[in-house]
Design a protein around this ligand. Structure first.
Ligand SMILES: [Zn+2]
Length: 191
């Protein structure tokens, strides 16, 4: 994959996450790994309006390779996932409202729905760690060894895969499962 492809893929993924309501404001971050370089979204930019100047190249220690935009404050989370999973080529972190509501309520993503069982597998809720900290990054890196994504307590969700397109699909599925499960639980209470 060329730098241009990586940058274009991240811009397209950002637009997709934003248009589907999986990110709002400037929340979330997206990265792609190309060999020993990780391309990640800059800090404080809307994922719906990314340009090439908003994508920052990092080495595998998380150090910026250019002196342009400042990388996302969650860069360490992405780096720890890549370190523990050499097969992973993309990481997506977002604050989708229903998935984040489960994370806020202290619950794992429900496992009843078919896409949860067949596509996602278990998506655990990680213990609370402040956003942007090494502790959060370590927990996500550890979760990446066994799972396709995770809920971050009081914060949001993260998903990873070989391809960016699939990582975005996983994030969509996480939110869909959370949303459907939420409505299902409400209806059960009414019947
Ligand atoms: Zn976040």
């Amino acid at each position: 994959m060329t730098t241009e492809q990586a940058v274009n893929d991240i811009i397209a993924a950002g637009r997709c996450l934003y248009q589907r309501g999986l990110t709002a404001g400037t929340d979330g971050n997206i990265s792609v790994r190309c060999g020993d370089t990780v391309f990640i979204t800059a800090s404080g930019v809307s994922k719906g309006r990314l340009t090439a100047a908003d994508i920052v190249p990092l080495d595998l220690d998380g150090r910026p390779l250019t002196c342009g935009a400042k990388p996302s404050s969650e860069a360490a989370l992405h780096i720890y996932v890549y370190r523990n999973r050499p097969d992973v080529g993309a990481v997506v972190h977002a604050h989708p409202p229903f998935a984040t509501a489960y994370a806020l309520a202290g619950k794992d993503l429900p496992q009843d729905l078919v896409e949860a069982r067949l596509m996602l597998g278990k998506i655990p809720l990680l213990p609370f760690a402040e956003a942007g900290t090494l502790r959060l990054a370590e927990q996500a890196g550890e979760a990446a060894r066994a799972y396709r994504g995770a809920l971050l307590a009081d914060h949001g969700a993260a998903a990873w895969d070989r391809q960016l397109e699939t990582a975005v699909c996983l994030m969509e599925a996480i939110e869909q499962v959370a949303k459907t499960s939420f409505y299902g639980q409400m209806l059960r209470r009414e019947i």
